[in-house]
Design a protein around this ligand. Structure first.
Ligand code: ADP
Ligand code: ZN
Ligand code: ZN
Length: 707
C-alpha cells in the first residue's frame, strides 16, 4: 500500500446504472472514512465518469466474493448527506423489481430517481432544501371543497373498501362516481393519521388535468404543498422538488404517472391506480415493469390497501378478483354498475358497412344523425384509429407502397407539410410525383387518416348551419396536433367551451374528459382490432369503446329529446364484442374473452417472458436467439420444468430506425416456474448470451403487454 493512502475504515457497496446485459454484477465497491446507511445517495467514480449511486451495504469487511483487495478500492466522490437515506421499503421495492424483471437494482434505482440528482452536489441540495423549507404554509388554512354525499351504491362500495386490508378492484361504470369514492377513502386515511401519505397513479396526467384540480380543492385544508404531481412532463427542477417533498414526508398526496410507483413515500398508507387497465402502466423501454403490478407488490409489502379502479379492468385484474366473501387471497371486487343520477348508458347503434362500397367511410345514416345533433346544439365526437392524411401511398401498377427505409412500416402522408412521415422512427421524405419503382404516373392513397377525414368533413359540413346561423366548426386532435406543450389542454378546453362542434381524433379524445354537450359519439373504423395479431387488441378496443361511450350524455341537464348515442361502423356487426357492447356489459365480455384465452392457453392463464434482441445486422438477432432456443430447451428439460420455449421470430415491427429486432417467447402455467427458470437462466445462460456476436442490446420483457 502506498504511504499516502489511509486504510479504508468502511467498505461501501452501491447500486448505480449498470445494465444487467453487461453482466457487471449488482453493485460496485468503494471505501469511505465514515459509516453510511443503506439508501444514502452518493456520487461514485466509475471509469472516468461520476455516477449517481445508492448505498446498498456498508461494512467493515469486504463482501466475501469481492474480486478487489481493500487498497484497490476508490473513495466515494461525494455523499449527498443532506438528503435523508431512502427507506428500507424503497430499497426492497427496487430489489424486487430488479429481480422480477431481470434487471440490475442500479438500473431500476437510477431510472426511479429524478434525473437532476445526477448533477446535484450536496451544497446545492442544502440550498434547495432550505428554499422548500422556507415555503411556509399560510396562517389560515383555506376551506376545502365539500365532499359529495355518496349514493347508496357508492356508500356500499366505500364500506367494502374500508373493511378490506388488501388490494381491491373498484369496477364501476363510467360516470358511476369511482373518483368520489376513492377521494373519500383517501380523506379518511389522511384524517386518521396526520402524517400519512397517499399515492394516486393515472395513465397520463395531461389527460386528467381535472383530477389534479379536484384533489387540490378537496384537500386544500392540508396546505398548498399537500398535493404534488410527479411525471416525466415536469421541468427537471420541479420534478426534483416534488420528489423531495414526497421523500421528506411533506407532500401528503402524490398524483403521478407510472414512474411515481417508485416515489419515496416514508408514510405511505394507500395506493390508488385509476384506469388500471391502461397499457401505459407498463413501461415500454429500459427496465420494462408494470407499475400496476408493482403497486400491488408495494401494498402487500407495507400491509396497506391498494385500490385498482376501472370501468373496464384488465383481464388480469378481473381474473384475479372476486366479490366478497370469496375475495381471499386475491383482490376484492367491488362493483358500482349505475351511473350518477341514474343516467342511462347511451344507446348503441351498429351500422353494417357491408351495405356500402369500400370507399365509404361515413354512412348516410350516421351523417344524418350528426346533423340532427348539430341542429340541437349538441356536440359530436368522432373516433378513429389512424392519424395522418392517407395512411399509405401505393402504386396500382406495381404494388409499390410508401415504406419506411428504416422500419418495417409504411410512411404516411401528412397534408400539412405535404411529406411522408414514419410514425415509428420519425423519418420524413418528400412525396414522389411518379412511382419510385416503376415510374407509373398514378399514385393513390389507401385508407383515411384524421387529416383526410377532417378535410372531407369540412367539405361536407360547410353548407350546414347551426341553429344560430353560424357555420359548423371542426376540430382535429391527434398526436400531430398536440405535439407542443399545452396544446392538448388548450384544444380540449376549446372543445369543452363549445368553440368547436365536431371533434375528430384518435383514442386520446376518448379518455376521461368531462364534455358536457356531447350527445353522439361514433367509432368510424374500429375493425382492425378485431383480427389483430395481438391477442389483447379486442380487450383494448372494448375498453376504448366503453370509454368513448362514457363521453356521451354526461350532462344531467341536457335536453332529453335526443337520447345519447354511441355509433359503431363495422363490417362485422355480429362480432361478440359488439353484442356485449350493446348492453355495455363488461363482465359478460370479460368472461367470454377469459374462457377463450383459457382454452388456447393465453395470459392470464399462462405467464410469459420474452427475450428480445436488437442488432444492426439482420442475421445477428435471430442467430443469437436460435442458439438460446436450444440452450433453453435443454435447460428446461434438465431442470424438469414444465415450460414452453417458442421458436425465435422477428418482432412484428422487425426493423425500427435501422435496428433489427427479434424475440423468443418462454411460457409457463405457473409464475413461480417461470421466475425459477429465469433465475437459473441468469446464472447458467446469461454469460453465453453476453458472448453472442453483433448484438446491440438484449433484455427480458417479463409479463409483456405487446407481443
Ligand atoms: P367515474 O370516475 O366513475 O367515471 P366520476 O367520479 O367522474 O365517475 O363521477 C361522475 C360525475 O358524477 C362527476 O361529475 C362527479 O362529480 C359526479 N358525482 C360523483 N358522485 C356523486 C354523488 N354522490 N353525488 C352527486 N354527484 C356525484
Ligand atoms: Zn409502380
Ligand atoms: Zn421508420
Amino acid at each position: 500500500m502506498a504511504a499516502t493512502e489511509t486504510p479504508a475504515d468502511f467498505f461501501i457497496e452501491a447500486w448505480t446504472h449498470l445494465p444487467a446485459h453487461r453482466g457487471m454484477g449488482k453493485s460496485l465497491s468503494y471505501r469511505h472514512h465514515q459509516p453510511l446507511q443503506p439508501g444514502q445517495l452518493v456520487h461514485l467514480p466509475v471509469g472516468r465518469q461520476t455516477l449517481l449511486g445508492v448505498v446498498s451495504r456498508c461494512a467493515t469487511t469486504l463482501p466475501p466474493n469481492s474480486t478487489l483487495a481493500p487498497h484497490e478500492l476508490k473513495p466515494l466522490a461525494e455523499v449527498l448527506s443532506h438528503c435523508p437515506p431512502l427507506g428500507a421499503d424503497w430499497m426492497r421495492l427496487i430489489e424486487f423489481t430488479a429481480h422480477y424483471y431481470r434487471r440490475s437494482p442500479g438500473e431500476v434505482a437510477i431510472m426511479a430517481l429524478p434525473t437532476l440528482l445526477k448533477e446535484a452536489t450536496d451544497a446545492n441540495l442544502v440550498k434547495r432544501l432550505q428554499r422548500l423549507h422556507d415555503k411556509k404554509p399560510p396562517a389560515t388554512s383555506p376551506t376545502p371543497d365539500p365532499a359529495k354525499r355518496l349514493n347508496p351504491e357508492q356508500q356500499q362500495a366505500m364500506n367494502a373498501l374500508v373493511a378490506h386490508a388488501g388490494p381491491s378492484l373498484l369496477h364501476g361504470a363510467t360516470g358511476s362516481g369511482k373518483t368520489e369514492v376513492y377521494l373519500q377513502r383517501m380523506h379518511r386515511i389522511l384524517e386518521e393519521d396526520e402524517q400519512s401519505q397517499i399515492l394516486v397513479m393515472v395513465p397520463e396526467i395531461n389527460l386528467t388535468p381535472q383530477l389534479e384540480q379536484l384533489m387540490k380543492g378537496r384537500f386544500a385544508h392540508l396546505g398548498p404543498q399537500a398535493v404534488i404531481s410527479l411525471h416525466s412532463g415536469l421541468p427537471t427542477a420541479q420534478r426534483l422538488n416534488n420528489w423531495l417533498m414526497a421523500h421528506l414526508g411533506n407532500a401528503r398526496i402524490v398524483l403521478g404517472t407510472r414512474l411515481s410507483i417508485f416515489a419515496s413515500l416514508p408514510r405511505l398508507r394507500l395506493i390508488v391506480v385509476d384506469e388500471e387497465h391502461d397499457p401505459s402502466f407498463k413501461q415500454g423501454d429500459g427496465p420494462r415493469h408494470s407499475a400496476r403490478d408493482l403497486a400491488v407488490f408495494r401494498g402487500h409489502q407495507l400491509g396497506i390497501p391498494v385500490i385498482l379502479a376501472s370501468a373496464t379492468p384488465s383481464l388480469e385484474s378481473w381474473n384475479n378478483s372476486a366479490p366478497a366473501p370469496n375475495a381471499k387471497p386475491n383482490y376484492l371486487r367491488v362493483s358500482m354498475p349505475s351511473r350518477q343520477g341514474d343516467q342511462p348508458m347511451p344507446e348503441l347503434v351498429v351500422v353494417d358497412m357491408n351495405r356500402f362500397g369500400r370507399s365509404v367511410w361515413l354512412s348516410p345514416t350516421l351523417e344524418q344523425a350528426m346533423r340532427a345533433r348539430l341542429d340541437a346544439s349538441e356536440q359530436v365526437l368522432l373516433l378513429l384509429n389512424r392519424r395522418g392524411y392517407a395512411p399509405v401511398l401505393y402504386c396500382p401498377d406495381c404494388q409499390w407502397t410508401s415504406d419506411c427505409a428504416h422500419c418495417s412500416a409504411h410512411q404516411v402522408l401528412h397534408k400539412a407539410d405535404h411529406r411522408l412521415h414514419c410514425h415509428h422512427c420519425g423519418a420524413q421524405t418528400r412525396v414522389p410525383t411518379t412511382c419510385p419503382s416503376c415510374g407509373g404516373q398514378q399514385i393513390l392513397g389507401l385508407g383515411q387518416g384524421t387529416q383526410q377525414i377532417e378535410e372531407e368533413l369540412i367539405e361536407r359540413l360547410s353548407s350546414w348551419q347551426k341553429p344560430n346561423g353560424q357555420p359548423v366548426n371542426i376540430l382535429r386532435m391527434d398526436a400531430d396536433t398536440v405535439r407542443l406543450k399545452g396544446q392538448l389542454t388548450a384544444q380540449l378546453n376549446a372543445f369543452h367551451e363549445g368553440q368547436a362542434d365536431v371533434l375528430v381524433g384518435t383514442q386520446m379524445v376518448a379518455k376521461g374528459h368531462d364534455f358536457q354537450r356531447v350527445g353522439l359519439v361514433a367509432a368510424l373504423n374500429p375493425d382492425g382490432a378485431l383480427f389483430s395479431s395481438d391477442f389483447r387488441a379486442p380487450e383494448r378496443l372494448f375498453a376504448l369503446l366503453m370509454q368513448a361511450a362514457g363521453r356521451a350524455g354526461r350532462d344531467p341537464k341536457r335536453s332529453a329529446t335526443l337520447p345519447a348515442q354511441m355509433w359503431i361502423q363495422t363490417h362485422y356487426p355480429q362480432h361478440h364484442l359488439f353484442t356485449h357492447l350493446r348492453h355495455f356489459d363488461y363482465a359478460a365480455f370479460a368472461e367470454e374473452e377469459l374462457s377463450a384465452r383459457q382454452s388456447v392457453g393465453l395470459p392470464p392463464f399462462v405467464h410469459q417472458a420474452l427475450l428480445r434482441t436488437e442488432a444492426r445486422q439482420a442475421g445477428a438477432t435471430l442467430s443469437a436467439l436460435n442458439h438460446m432456443h436450444s440452450a433453453c430447451t435443454d435447460l428446461a428439460a434438465r431442470l424438469d420444468m414444465p415450460l414452453t420455449v417458442h421458436q425465435p421470430v422477428p418482432m412484428s415491427m422487425s426493423k425500427l430506425a435501422g435496428v433489427h429486432r427479434a424475440q423468443m417467447l418462454v411460457e409457463a402455467y405457473s409464475r413461480k416456474t417461470l421466475q425459477g427458470f429465469l433465475q437459473v437462466w441468469d446464472a447458467e445462460l446469461a454469460p453465453a448470451m453476453r458472448q453472442q456476436k453483433g448484438l446491440l442490446r438484449w433484455a427480458w420483457d417479463v409479463d409483456p403487454v405487446s407481443i
